[in-house]
Design a binder for this molecule. Structure first.
Ligand SMILES: *[C@@H]1O[C@H](CO)[C@@H](O)[C@H](O)[C@H]1NC(C)=O
Ligand SMILES: *[C@@H]1O[C@H](CO)[C@@H](O)[C@H](O)[C@H]1NC(C)=O
Ligand SMILES: *[C@@H]1O[C@H](CO)[C@@H](O)[C@H](O)[C@H]1NC(C)=O
Length: 385
């Protein structure tokens, strides 16, 4: 049995003469091939590790799960929290918007250099015929203001990309004078403006308003004021207390009932107070209906109850009721003369930071589209811009 093994082995290898040279060469070649193979493996694994580390992760994520790629990057730096929204036409409804607008910091000091801005909120039916005057007013003051426009939803206007009004319309709804839908529009404007953390003061204007001074002057006046300019007075007559409804008690009683023009200026704190209110809103909605014009009573009364010490109780928007009737006077082309502006800006008396002042109004209404041309003409000398 034992002898059979070598014979079989010998039979396997017929050329016994070359046997010794084969036996010596084979391990060497094998070793060489093995070494080369090992070397190639090492080089390839090194390359693959390197590329995976530096480019692999993102490309694998991008190809493997593109549906998880967010269109807006997550706020993982402070910059992204303080940056104003890039598109005002969001898809939030009012309920969602007000909820979102009421995220506000509890730390008084900002951990970055915050340059406070004025939010100019235009409440209009449609076009802004006096836009060229406002364009000139804002020119050169970028970074100190933001613009928001609320018009009827059916209205679509295209401002050119060079305009300060370009893409400044917010999602809107139909609002009617004297009805709660008007206050809803004002709260909607405030809520949208609150989304920009740098907006500190909020001014409500209409399409027929004009500024009476240059931007620097208005910015300074608002910034240095201790109070917000919300018109609020106690009118004992039929158009004041006469509109009060006893059902509003106990939230509002008649001594707290106020009246004022809807064209206000409030600071950030009061803007939040207005947007977050769910105590007074249902009362005014149910019990202040025409002939109780809710936009003349809701904010003045509510803020008089909640924050009387922050109110100047006067409006900074001039309007002329002297002609009588249910609507204030509208001024057109023929009215725009230097004497006209003297009437508005001179001989006024009011309190500014508890001191007597002759500068009482920063804006005026109502101006017809025909007033634009003469206004542009007199603006450099009379209005200061
Ligand atoms: C703005 O108006 C004020 C006075 O109303 C004036 O002193 C100031 O120089 C004006 N500023 C500019 C930049 O025109
Ligand atoms: C209305 O409120 C004021 C202040 O809280 C209070 O002094 C007054 O008695 C109240 N009047 C009525 C009629 O409830
Ligand atoms: C505004 O009116 C309220 C009361 O209605 C009062 O407490 C407040 O002091 C007034 N503001 C100023 C600046 O006089």
């Amino acid at each position: 049995m034992q002898q059979r093994v070598p014979t079989v082995e010998e039979g396997k290898d017929p050329s016994s003469s070359t046997r010794t040279s084969h036996a010596r060469a084979l391990p060497w070649r094998l070793l060489l091939i093995l070494l080369v193979f090992l070397g190639i493996c090492l080089v390839f694994s090194f390359i693959s590790i390197f590329t995976f580390r530096y480019y692999g992760v993102s490309s694998i994520l991008a190809t493997a799960k593109p549906s998880f790629q967010p269109c807006v990057s997550e706020p993982n730096s402070l910059e992204q929290w303080i940056k104003p929204p890039s598109n005002l036409l969001h898809s939030m409804n009012d309920k969602e918007l007000l909820w979102r607008a009421l995220f506000f910091p509890r730390v008084k000091k900002y951990p970055f250099t915050r340059i406070p801005k004025i939010a100019f909120m235009f409440l209009s039916k449609g076009p802004l015929p006096l836009a060229p005057l406002w364009e000139r007013f804002f020119k050169g003051h970028e970074g100190l203001y933001s613009i928001y426009m609320h018009s009827l939803p059916s209205f679509h206007d295209e401002f050119s990309p060079s305009s300060v009004f370009y893409k400044r319309f917010i999602p809107s709804q139909v609002s009617e004078w004297g009805k709660m839908s008007m206050c809803d529009a004002e709260r909607r404007l405030l809520a949208n403006a609150l989304l920009d953390i740098s907006n500190e003061w909020f001014i409500l204007l209409s399409e027929s308003c004009i500024p009476l001074y240059n931007f620097s002057m208005i910015y300074h006046y608002i910034k240095k004021s201790r109070y917000s300019f919300m018109g609020a007075f106690d009118d004992p007559g039929p158009y004041g207390r006469g509109r009060y409804n006893d059902n509003m008690a106990p939230e509002v009683n008649i001594t707290q009932w106020r009246k004022g023009s809807q064209w206000f200026e409030v600071d950030r704190r009061l803007a939040i107070t207005i947007v977050e209110d769910d105590t007074f809103y249902p009362k005014f909605e149910a019990f202040c209906r025409p002939a109780c014009y809710v936009d003349e009573h809701y904010f003045p009364t509510m803020l008089t109850i909640l924050a009387p010490n922050l109110l100047a109780n006067r409006s900074i928007t001039w309007v002329d009721w002297s002609r009588g009737g249910p609507h204030p006077a509208t001024f057109g082309r023929a009215d725009i003369k230097p004497e006209f502006f003297k009437r508005i800006t001179e001989g006024q008396n009011c309190l500014y930071n508890d001191q007597p002042s002759s500068v009482c109004f920063l804006f005026a209404r109502k101006f017809a589209p025909s007033a634009l041309e003469p206004l542009l003409h007199v603006a450099p000398t009379v209005l200061g811009f």
